[in-house]
Design a protein around this ligand. Structure first.
Ligand SMILES: N[C@@H](CCC(=O)N[C@@H](CS)C(=O)NCC(=O)O)C(=O)O
Length: 214
């Protein structure tokens, strides 16, 4: 597979970290381009809105120059390119289960709970509304993880995305302790080589970004 020219636009510790994890787990090569999602500038001063008018990461520029947005699509694209290296089920029922989890993580967790809580401009009523949803959503995740190592039968892009999103619990005062299965899962994920590498790199970039802002 020729993939020297793939580019992943990311912001440190944002949802795009899931795609970095998938790149590392699958062994795919891609240039990683940091985006300041506040100023909509890329690290080299480019206008990110020309890449994605929505100003959202992740964006994957595939090696034939196509622009792909949306976590779920980007993650599946990366995993499907290297099925020998990364578990990317293709049979109908397993793929449906993968879709189910990517959609759940993207809508119920990422957008439903964490985006409103991370948005400092959101009114307290918005925060309360999001917080009220957290318990049932996290119970659902915990029930799935009870007695299993990964979301599916092996490490997959669903784990990359779930770890990335649940990592925001620390920044939003969402307690995970009531769900030991989730706490243990996060511990296991942090020890996974692709997750550990991506997380360490993005934590360092996140700190740099925070320091530059002050
Ligand atoms: N629906 C999009 C949402 C992506 C998204 O929310 N990206 C966030 C980072 S986690 C972002 O770029 N936020 C910048 C902004 O809102 O301006 C997807 O699933 O990829």
């Amino acid at each position: 597979v020729e993939d020297e020219s793939m580019k992943l636009y990311f912001s440190p510790l944002a949802c795009s970290m899931a795609s970095r994890i998938a790149l590392y787990a699958s062994g795919a090569e891609a240039e990683l381009i940091q985006v300041n999602t506040k100023t909509k500038r890329t690290a080299d001063g480019g206008d990110f809105l020309l890449v994605n008018p929505l100003g959202l990461v992740p964006v994957l520029r595939t090696d034939d120059g196509a622009i792909l947005t949306e976590n779920s699509a980007v993650l599946q694209f990366i995993a499907d390119r290297h099925p020998e290296a990364m578990f990317a089920p293709r049979e109908l029922d397993e793929r449906a289960r993968l879709h189910q989890w990517l959609s759940f993580i993207g809508t119920e967790l990422h957008k439903g709970i964490f985006v409103p809580l991370l948005d400092k401009a959101a009114h307290e009523a918005v925060h309360a509304y999001a917080r009220a949803k957290a318990s049932s959503r996290l119970s659902w995740v915990a029930a799935r993880l009870e007695g299993r190592e990964f979301v599916l039968d092996a490490f997959s892009i669903a784990d990359a995305y779930l770890f990335t999103v649940l990592n925001w619990a620390a920044y939003t005062q969402v307690a995970l302790d009531p769900w030991p299965a989730i706490v243990e899962y996060m511990r296991r994920m942090r020890a996974h080589p692709a997750v550990a590498r991506a997380f360490e790199e993005e934590k360092a970039l996140y700190l740099q970004e925070q320091e530059a802002r002050v």
